[in-house]
Design a protein around this ligand. Structure first.
Ligand SMILES: CC(=O)N[C@H]1[C@@H](OP(=O)(O)OP(=O)(O)OC[C@H]2O[C@@H](n3ccc(=O)[nH]c3=O)[C@H](O)[C@@H]2O)O[C@H](CO)[C@@H](O)[C@@H]1O
Ligand SMILES: C=C(OP(=O)(O)O)C(=O)O
Length: 437
């Protein structure tokens, strides 16, 4: 278990370049399985989850070349199907959430897809029903081995397009079904599809490979199946969740920070949501400029004067992956805010660590927390903590950087899952952080 030691209470300053998006990369990497031709992907983040998935693809027989920083080529022309029955696959597949998305492309191209129960954050129940109901709608047979927690779908006679209304707009579920449907016979219509930038990017990439997907960016996708897909080159967007994390970091440490080349057009409601806490998020070309908040930041109120409420929702609503960061930043705001995590039922429990540090938070129930901001009149105090999940982890790191004294965070593999070279990059803007092995 890795550990960070953080000396808090220092101002940071300078520029930070966002990494490529983790959740987009996981979809895009799975899509390389859909063609025997070469696929080149640029701006792949060097993070634990992505490297685990690249390793899984290599073990499956994909020929992979690292051709430059963040750039790789993939060629899936001779896959080793026996790997899917191996013990190694159980270890590799169970190591991250994103591995679930190899099932759709394998089913679409080879008529069968398997996966052990995928890993990822323990942030509440994480059902896979949407994925498998979608595959079944396309004509696949489903089986689940409860003992081994192993999922399988097979369609020896190929998949047939159909209309489906998803029970929920699942991000990885939509990606998985789209990747199966591109090679199905006939037209598939997916209503209540997730439409995050991750999915828009995936659909655009598939179209550049010869797929026929329309409705990209909406919750109604139409996919006309094609016989085969060809190679392509794709660039991954900057990570909007990482960008949001750095906005929070700047505000809470009263630091002047510029986040470079953020691709503003794809940030959706994220800048507006930080502004609701009174944080200045300035657009400078394609950069985000956060000034040092010398006088703190004040939570806005609704038109009728009622208490501010920030909650998550499927895109274009506010991503649940930034709610933990909003919560930690709110602990130093002027005013109070109700944080409502609607999607995941165990993602707010990390607030007990913030309470230990002196934050004023009432955990109303597993989904809601009321934060009463300190307005910097009282600084958080350093402590020793363990990171329970990726976004709680980065939130605790932000809290530690703002706190008085030296904090220790254990289980930082959670942070390494999704944040590239975090020590080096944070040191680059003046943070006092050390990795202890
Ligand atoms: C690898 C990856 O891409 N992971 C992301 C993906 O996970 P993932 O694709 O696993 O998450 P889903 O979109 O399937 O659902 C997340 C949770 O939200 C609930 N739910 C979902 C849709 C909905 O309309 N209503 C609802 O309540 C689900 O029951 C589930 O508990 O999307 C999540 C939701 O944005 C993000 O937190 C994860 O970072
Ligand atoms: C929950 C997340 O990741 P995963 O779905 O990979 O667990 C996340 O990125 O915030």
């Amino acid at each position: 278990m890795g550990t960070f030691q953080i000396e808090g209470g220092h101002r940071l300053s300078g520029e930070i370049q966002p990494q490529g998006a983790k959740n987009e990369a996981l979809q895009i990497l799975c899509a390389v399985l859909l063609t025997e031709e070469t696929v080149t992907i640029n701006n792949i983040p060097d993070i634990l989850d992505v490297n685990k998935l690249i390793n899984l693809l290599r073990n499956l027989g994909v020929k992979i070349e690292h051709i430059g920083k963040g750039s790789y080529t993939f060629k899936s022309d001779e896959l080793d199907m026996n790997y899917l029955n191996s013990e190694q696959f159980k270890i590799d597949g169970g190591g991250l959430r994103g591995s679930i998305m190899i099932v759709g492309p394998m089913l679409g191209r080879f008529g069968k897809g398997f996966i052990p129960k995928p890993g990822g954050d323990k942030i509440g129940r994480r059902r896979l029903d949407t994925h498998f109901e979608g595959f079944m709608k396309l004509g696949a047979d489903f089986r689940y081995n409860k003992e081994e927690r192993f999922y399988g779908v097979e369609a020896p006679n190929g998949l047939k397009g159909d209309f489906m209304l998803l029970e929920e707009a699942s991000v990885t579920g939509t990606a998985n079904i789209v990747m199966a449907a591109v090679l199905a016979e006939g037209t598939t219509t997916i209503y209540n599809a997730a439409c995050e930038p991750y999915l828009q990017q995936l659909c655009n990439m598939l179209n550049s490979m010869g797929a026929k997907i329309s409705g990209v960016g909406s919750n109604l996708l139409s996919i006309e199946g094609v016989e085969k897909l060809v190679g392509c080159e794709h660039r991954i967007l900057p990570d909007m969740v990482e960008i949001g994390s750095w906005i929070g970091l700047a505000a809470m440490t009263k630091s002047e920070i510029t986040i470079k080349n953020v691709n503003w057009g794809m940030l959706g409601i994220i800048p507006t949501t930080f502004r609701k806490l009174g944080i200045t998020v300035e657009k400078r070309g394609d950069d985000i400029y956060i000034p040092a908040h010398e006088d703190g930041y004040e939570v806005q109120s609704f038109i009728d004067g009622s208490i501010m409420n920030i909650s998550d929702a499927p895109w274009p609503g506010f991503t649940p992956d930034l709610l933990s960061i909003i919560l930690v930043v709110a602990t130093q705001a002027r005013g109070s805010v109700l944080i409502h995590q609607k999607m995941f039922e165990s993602r707010l429990f990390f607030v007990d660590k913030l309470i230990d540090m002196g934050a004023k938070i009432i955990l109303c129930d597993p989904h809601r927390a009321t934060v009463i901001g300190h307005d910097f009149k009282s600084q958080l105090k350093a402590t020793t903590m363990t990171s329970p999940d990726i976004r709680a982890g980065i939130s605790l790191l932000i809290a530690a950087l703002s706190a008085k004294g030296t904090s220790t965070i254990h289980n930082i593999e959670q942070i390494d899952r999704g944040y590239e070279h975090v020590v080096k990059r944070l040191k680059g803007i003046g943070a006092k952080i050390t990795r202890l092995e």
